[in-house]
Design a protein. Structure first.
Length: 420
């Protein structure tokens, strides 16, 4: 019998942009993620001691480890590591254990209510605590009867928020069913921006909504910090990227729990198919292996080893489109946990930050770096579809549901995925 998610996600889980210039050269990726981290800690310090150990004999992606506190301090070396990670592979670890600061001066609005300011602060420790509590809440959510959960599947309304049942999505063009269930909570619903969606009682409770809003705001604050640092590296005007991701604007931002039960030993397949993320920046928490990335230039899938006290951050396709491919949204998938962990139920918690609904996904040619890259692409006959964030995300999300148009669900993974 699989160990319950409570023991997998318990308390042990808690544990200044560069100045713009108009003449920045286009950088050539150098795969800095393959370099050894100078600040590497022992495996024991970063392991979840209440879980079976992550095996040492499986290929793992040597992602760069960044420190939130150093990024907050404007540390030049840390900002360079961020830039390298975002160009080379689009994935990195972010150490949250010592990252805390009052809310930065916002590029988005001049005034904010005091209670919002408290929950919008950059607070890595608080985010770790929120994540631990949300994992416990998810256990209650997924224990509900299937018939009750299915009442909150809003696919027929043309929405990707709410519940998706086990096997209600597809992972390839052959229609192979997925092996996970998930629940998406809309940022706009939490903030009262859009019409509220029906939800099970466990999510409608005041404490549950406050917890979800706190996690969402703290995650978004980290997203905003990353976007502001990338503004500087790209030579964009301060606040350019952040102003495409305003917290109080209508968007597809969401909190998601993914629940993947253990699979039968002789009938294993991907839980979640090969894909790139749809939006801009993803903040991910998990404690068991299963996430895999396909590093650039490689045909070998590598596990991303979970690290205590860290989240995993990756870029989505919107960042590729905004930068004409200077930044990377890397292909990834989810499989069964590796040997020794495969008998356990896997849970993950995600915050997807996406551009505002009416933002057109196209290169930001105010950046000389992006403008030059786009000119090179045009000279080679390369063109790209211009589409709003709302339409892009809706098409991709619903295309991966049973009965959807899988052929339209692809993103920048084209050419690397074998599932189309």
């Amino acid at each position: 019998m699989a160990q319950t998610t409570e023991t997998q996600i318990g308390p042990s889980a808690i544990a200044a942009p560069a100045s713009a210039t108009n003449t920045l050269p286009i950088p050539a990726p150098q795969l800095h993620h393959l370099e050894r981290n100078d600040d590497a800690e022992s495996n024991d310090e970063l392991a979840f001691d209440d879980l079976p150990p992550f095996p040492e004999n499986v290929p793992t992606a040597p992602l760069l480890r960044l420190d939130l506190n150093r990024l907050l301090q404007g540390n030049h070396q840390e900002t360079e590591k961020l830039w390298n990670a975002c160009r080379d592979i689009g994935f990195f670890y972010l150490d949250l254990r010592d990252g805390q600061a009052g809310k930065r001066d916002s590029f988005q609005e001049e005034k904010q209510e005091a209670d919002e300011a408290v929950t919008s602060q950059l607070d890595g420790i608080g985010l770790l605590e929120d994540a631990a509590h949300l994992f416990a809440l998810a256990e209650k959510l997924f224990m509900l009867p299937t018939e009750e959960k299915q009442q909150y599947d809003f696919k027929d309304r043309g929405s990707y928020f709410g519940y998706k049942g086990l096997g209600a999505g597809v992972i390839d063009s052959q229609g192979t069913r997925d092996r996970n269930e998930f629940y998406n909570v809309s940022k706009d619903d939490l903030l009262g921006i859009g019409d509220p969606l029906p939800a099970p009682n466990v999510l409608k409770q005041v404490d549950s909504r406050k917890l979800l809003e706190s996690y969402m705001r703290r995650s978004h604050a980290i997203v905003s910090l990353i976007l502001s640092l990338l503004d500087g590296k790209l030579g964009l005007r301060k606040g350019t990227l952040e102003n495409l991701h305003r917290l109080d604007a209508v968007s597809g931002d969401q909190v998601r729990w993914v629940h993947s039960p253990p699979q039968v030993m002789d009938d294993k397949q991907m839980s979640l198919g090969e894909h790139t993320d749809f939006g801009s920046i993803t903040i991910l928490f998990n404690r068991l292996g299963g996430l895999q990335v396909l590093p650039p230039g490689s045909d070998e899938w590598c596990y991303v080893k979970p690290l205590k006290g860290h989240c995993i951050v990756n870029l989505g396709d919107a960042m590729v489109k905004f930068t004409a491919g200077i930044l990377r949204s890397n292909i990834h998938r989810v499989v069964s946990p590796p040997q020794g962990q495969e008998h356990m139920t896997r849970m993950s918690l995600v915050y997807f930050a996406r551009p505002e609904d009416d933002v057109v996904l196209k290169p930001l040619e105010e950046s000389e770096m992006v403008k030059t890259k786009r000119a090179n692409q045009r000279s080679e006959g390369q063109d790209d579809e211009e589409i709003t964030a709302k339409d892009w995300i809706l098409r991709r999300a619903l295309g991966r549901r049973v009965g959807g148009d899988y052929a339209t669900s692809g993103g920048t993974e084209a050419g690397r995925s074998k599932q189309f």
